[in-house]
Design a protein around this ligand. Structure first.
Ligand code: GRG
Length: 294
């Protein structure tokens, strides 16, 4: 299978499983919340995080089917973060994944609940994983909770809010991004390893480095796209960082240095897998993100 065929197969599998997990309407008067959740969750998106979960499970010789609930759970958490990040009390955005944001298409209260619903459904979905030891399932739930929580993505968002209208030191920006964006990407790598039930400590350490380097490269590219991307291709508003006077990698380092850093960090991510057999997919995936336009 080529890289593109494998990617399409993984995305297809993830989207079918997501749709199944989020289709539990009862017809008892609250189906609008399922509508709002599916509006955001089934709106496309690159599915990068769940694809990485399946890819690491494959790399470690595990059964991808068993990793699928964790892949879906991670994508649910990611989608919740996007819905809440777009709210008027946060970024107040109108466009996401090429559509009006959840609170624009529905209303603010429904969007808050849709985010809450997705976050909760993520843990229900992970806990319902089958065919793995209880210890593995618990380990995966812990990885998800830690990455999404206050010492992870939420902490990063708090730092992010404090990074508006002031110039922050590069080290603070690195911490902010490693929490806000890096934690979920690193969790994707860890979940794939854990769900394989076959990864040794060296493999897990390599996967963590891959996630950290790729996460930082991904965020720097995101910052670059906020400056020179195209809203129609990106499916989200551009120019937000400048408007909010936010410290970003391009604002601190300049665009050229950022482009070089994305390439350097991607090489380092790929290098971390040097000892692994059959790393072609994760290698191509990393390089495919270097010049991404969405
Ligand atoms: C609780 C009100 C409230 C808010 C919390 C958790 C949170 C808000 C924000 C999380 C931070 C966040 C949204 C980080 C963005 C990371 C990022 C680069 C997202 C874009 O990811 P892509 O490009 O998106 O993978 P797609 O749409 O392709 O899935």
């Amino acid at each position: 299978m080529t890289f593109a065929e494998q990617l399409q197969a993984d995305i297809g599998r993830i989207e079918s499983a997501l749709e199944r997990s989020l289709s539990r309407e009862t017809g008892e008067g609250y189906d609008r919340i399922f509508e709002a959740v599916k509006y955001s969750a089934m709106a496309g998106g690159k599915r990068l995080r769940p694809v990485i979960v399946l890819a690491f499970c494959r790399l470690c010789g595990g059964d991808e089917e068993k990793a699928l609930p964790f892949a879906c759970a991670l994508e649910m958490i990611h989608t919740y973060s996007l819905i809440h990040d777009d709210l008027p009390c946060m970024d107040n955005d109108d466009l996401r994944r090429g559509r009006p944001t959840c609170h624009r298409a529905f209303d603010e209260a429904t969007a808050v609940l849709a985010g809450d619903g997705l976050l909760t459904a993520a843990f229900e979905t992970a806990a319902a994983a089958e065919g793995l030891s209880a210890q593995t399932v618990l380990q995966c739930i812990r990885i998800l909770g830690r990455a999404a929580g206050m010492n992870g993505m939420i902490g990063g968002q708090v730092l992010d809010m404090g990074a508006e209208h002031r110039r922050i030191p590069l080290e603070e920006l690195r911490l902010l991004q490693s929490l806000k964006t890096g934690c979920l990407l690193r969790a994707a790598c860890e979940l794939g390893c854990a769900a394989s039930e076959k990864a040794d400590a060296a493999m897990v350490a390599a996967a963590q480095i891959y996630g950290e380097k790729l996460g930082l490269a991904f965020q720097i590219r995101d910052d670059i796209l906020d400056i020179e991307g195209d809203a129609a291709t990106l499916g989200k508003t551009i120019g937000k960082d400048e408007k909010n006077e936010k410290s970003t990698f391009p604002s601190l380092l300049g665009l050229e240095k950022c482009r070089a850093l994305v390439a350097e960090l991607t090489d380092a991510a790929v290098q971390s897998l040097a000892g692994a057999a059959d790393k072609a997919f994760l290698t191509e995936l990393a390089y495919s993100l270097v010049g991404r336009m969405n």
